[in-house]
Design a protein around this ligand. Sequence first.
Ligand SMILES: NC(=O)c1ccc[n+]([C@@H]2O[C@H](COP(=O)([O-])OP(=O)(O)OC[C@H]3O[C@@H](n4cnc5c(N)ncnc54)[C@H](OP(=O)(O)O)[C@@H]3O)[C@@H](O)[C@H]2O)c1
Length: 330
Amino acid sequence: MDSHVFLIRRDTATPWWFISLAFVGAAYVAAIALRLLAYLALCLRRLPMDDLRRRYGEWAVVTGPTSGIGRAMALELARRGLNLVLVGRDPAILREVSGKVRSLHGVKTKTVVFDLSLVSTPHGDEAMRRLREAVEGLDVGVVVNNAGVAKPGAVYLHEADVEAWVRMVRVNVSAVTEVTAAVLPGMVARGRGGAVVNIGSAASESIPSLPLYTMYAATKRYVAQFSRSLHVEYASKGIHVQCQAPFFVETRLMFRFEEAAGGVSLFTVTPDAYARAAVAWIGRGGALCTPGVRHQLLRRMATAVPESVHDWILLRLTTWNRKRCFSGSE
Ligand SMILES: NC(=O)c1ccc[n+]([C@@H]2O[C@H](COP(=O)([O-])OP(=O)(O)OC[C@H]3O[C@@H](n4cnc5c(N)ncnc54)[C@H](OP(=O)(O)O)[C@@H]3O)[C@@H](O)[C@H]2O)c1
């Protein structure tokens, strides 16, 4: 009789593998919930306006502040009380941005005229020397490597002008590396840490491919890996290196997915909205991050889609963009 009862109990007992799987599942759900909570806290937290200045230093360097995201980030950093070293290739627009920053926010500015597509050439070396001189002795706590180009875009690799690629690689890869290397010695010597923000792209972080924009996506992959490794390398010195990877920001550079996809503008944000989120994430969002609620949501959705589906959709969208460019409507 006893043995009969025992057998029945054994038959109905929950198997060990089921319990183990339930534990793993619960731990996974808890980890996602914690990440979401941490993310919400990051979005909702209101930081003191002088937070970056107090934490890292009085000056920030911004590349490509003459348009789009860079211009909006320069203004947002100045609103938070940081003096700015503005690095761009057009002296007139640099002067205009510099004047606007000073009159709106009462901070100090310096400008360095630098065509970043000349990095690693004799002209570029001369401009890099001027940039080093400009930051020497300044308490530079934040660097935003924002300047970037997507041209040549919407072309097959064999069609693209090699000179144009070389310029893209210099701006998107070499300049990010050299500007970072130019400011790091000062940050290390001062010993109060710092933040290096490299603007990457969702094109390399959240989607598996970007056909016809292959070189652009590849350069942005470099930015992500460069930032990720440097983050580890300099963590012990209090220097927080971060790659911020936006999706769609309404600028000259933005690939018009929304038009291609039939006018879905839900996930496109203005440069000002992006800059507010991006600056709030400096030093906080992890080594690879996507600031902003809408872009964060898009990132979560993108990772749930199978790669083959992504590839199929993206090839159609970029081919649409290619036809549009070649028909002269761009
Ligand atoms: N917009 C988006 O949806 C999006 C998405 C993902 C990533 N991004 C990234 O965001 C960053 C900013 O782009 P954006 O969207 O704001 O585009 P944008 O409006 O075209 O701004 C690009 C900035 O980079 C500067 N720049 C380009 N080539 C340069 C050179 N040779 N020397 C010096 N400066 C140069 C531009 O200066 P000029 O004014 O002189 O041309 C401009 O200030 C880029 O790194 C881009 O890859 C943008």
